[in-house]
Write a protein that binds this ligand. Structure first.
Ligand code: TXA
Ligand code: MG
Length: 525
């Protein structure tokens, strides 16, 4: 345990902070983005201590902070033309640039890469401390690795007391999200982390840049992120966060129906009645950035377990806010602008209807393909003409479909079956889409995969039951002989087919179905 000195911003304390840094100690100090945890960037022993205090993986490189624009020169191989233009425009400020490193930069600070990240903060206290130190200062955000970055001194206290030599108390950070990180080590330059300096602003100055895939999307297991920091769990509070995309009304209706949950919403989401923490205003991305990390830490302090966060837009500084929040949510997103459909499938008699009924009690709307099929083929329906053309005049009498006769024709051979499906499936699917608009729905469809309807589903659930249970159910329900039931069962794919193609399985053999479904919903909602 180290006795962490609490320092003010008086000149005596600033010079003390600078001295501690110069001599190999760790000092946390405010910047305009978030609090940083500084060490002498040219002293590998000092830099090692940063990784220890934060619990940071040692392949995740640090940003080197300077107090004068010209101080970048000794740290990099070459200050390119684009780099110089960016320095002239955005330094000091919340932009970090990456260039091939000079031999002055050690392997620990650069996480063994051959590049170095450099930034000149605009916060006066930060600048003075770096000047006092007289050396470039390596400084990641001053949080425990994986937690939200600290935007207030109190949060640095929570994470770092007893682990560092000093903390300079300098008020709340202005921008609240970490600097924009841009790599100039490749052409075109690549945006590795969005921040308060936006993509549009950079492009206005140096032309087109690329956005690293990891900025907005989840990386696959075998993909490598261009910035090592992107592959680690980030900004994660203890609570489970779920991002919810939707306008004010839809979001409000959705969260207000939730029990034992918290909302992380905008100040203007005034209709939200469940417990809430706000992060800025809906149309003000700078206010969202300034308050986001504070809000995430507050949610932990009040013991929130599950949090539905109102999704910000992704333009301008909104891209930085979204980037942090979607990581805090481990990429869990519910898109209320699209229908949220759960597909239920399985063999005949397995209990799809029962599962549908339970979900409908929970507020889901059941999209019943059988019902739509009947509706589409009712008396004088236009689709009957198409069926007549394919299967003959006799299947329709006085405008009414003879269903038994159609079934006989259609199931006589595979080709006819396909013909019927090609006519009915697109129409049924359209009916499902019309009915699913703006709601939570379950799609009850034995032919979920064959019809292509699974593409409209958020997740799919297979309902399974042992064959004797299914047989008894069908015999009772549809008043069929055992032989007829066997034929029906035989006409369907086996159980593995449904299980392998679905995201989840519910087993209906006397086990509690409700708790199985509750668990599935817990995993996806
Ligand atoms: O606003 C900020 O940048 C704050 C304040 C304290 O200045 N610092 C900060 O540092 O956010 P840190 O270490 O929490 O985030 C630095 C990010 C990491 O994602 C890291 O992987 C990336 O920058 N990075 C650093 N050097 C890099 C390099 N040479 N190549 C690619 N990515 C690099
Ligand atoms: Mg960080």
């Amino acid at each position: 345990m180290i006795n962490t000195k609490k320092l003010t911003t008086c000149s005596k304390d600033i010079s003390l902070a600078g001295n501690i840094l110069k001599n190999g100690g760790l000092v946390a100090f405010p910047t305009e983005t978030v609090y940083g945890l500084g060490a002498n960037a040219l002293n590998e022993e000092a830099v090692k201590k940063i990784y220890e205090a934060k619990g940071r993986p040692n392949d995740n490189p640090l940003i080197v902070h300077i107090a004068n624009k010209k101080d970048i020169k000794p740290l990099v191989k070459q200050v390119t033309k684009k780099a110089q233009t960016l320095i002239n425009t955005f330094f000091p400020g919340p932009l970090t640039i990456i260039l091939p490193k000079s031999e002055k930069i050690g392997n620990i600070v650069s996480g063994n890469l051959n590049t170095v990240a450099v930034r000149m903060p605009q916060n006066e206290i930060a600048l003075q401390i770096i000047k006092e130190a007289g050396v470039p200062v390596a400084a990641p955000s001053a949080n425990t690795s994986g937690l939200p970055s600290p935007t207030k001194a109190a949060y640095v206290e929570d994470d770092m007391m007893g682990k560092i030599d000093a903390l300079v108390y300098g008020g709340d950070c202005e921008f609240g999200v970490e600097s924009t990180v841009l790599s100039l080590a490749s052409e075109p330059p690549v945006l590795l982390r969005p921040g308060a300096v936006t993509k549009e602003q950079i492009e206005n100055i140096i032309g087109r840049i690329e956005i690293s895939k990891a900025v907005l999307e989840e990386m696959g297991e075998n993909e490598t992120a261009e910035s090592p920091g992107m592959k680690y769990k980030h900004y994660a509070p203890k609570a489970k966060i779920i991002l919810v995309k939707g306008d004010k009304e839809t979001y409000t209706r959705f969260v207000n129906s939730k029990k034992d949950c918290h909302a992380l919403c905008f100040e203007d989401d005034d209709g939200v009645t469940i417990k809430k923490v706000t992060y800025g205003k809906e149309n003000d991305d700078l206010s969202q950035a300034a308050e986001l990390f504070d809000a995430l830490r507050k949610l932990d302090k009040i013991g929130a377990k599950k949090v539905y966060a109102h999704m910000p837009h992704k333009e301008g500084v909104g891209m930085a806010v979204y980037n942090r929040l979607v990581r805090a949510a481990a990429f869990r997103v519910i898109d209320l602008t699209k229908p949220f459909v759960l597909g239920i499938t399985g063999q005949t008699g397995a209990g799809k209807g029962y599962v549908g009924k339970y979900l409908s009690k929970l507020g889901f709307k059941v999209l019943d393909c059988d019902e739509y099929s009947h509706k589409l083929t009712k008396k004088n329906a236009p689709i009957l003409k198409v069926l007549v053309q394919q299967f003959g005049e006799e299947i329709v009498e006085n405008g009414t479909l003879n269903r038994a006769l159609l079934a006989k024709h259609a199931f006589s051979n595979n080709e006819n079956k396909k013909k019927l499906e090609n006519i009915l499936h697109p129409a049924i699917l359209q009916e499902c889409r019309n009915n699913a608009k703006g709601t939570f729905a379950v799609l009850d469809a034995p032919l979920l995969f064959e019809s292509g309807a699974q593409n409209d589903c958020y997740k799919t659930i297979a309902v399974c039951a042992p064959i004797d249970i299914r047989k008894n159910r069908i015999i009772k329900r549809d008043d069929l002989s055992e032989k007829q039931v066997d034929l029906r069962i035989k006409a369907q794919p086996n159980e593995e087919y449904y299980i392998n193609n679905s995201d989840f399985t519910v087993i209906n053999d006397g086990r509690d179905i409700k708790s199985q479904i509750d668990r599935i919903l817990e995993a996806i909602l």
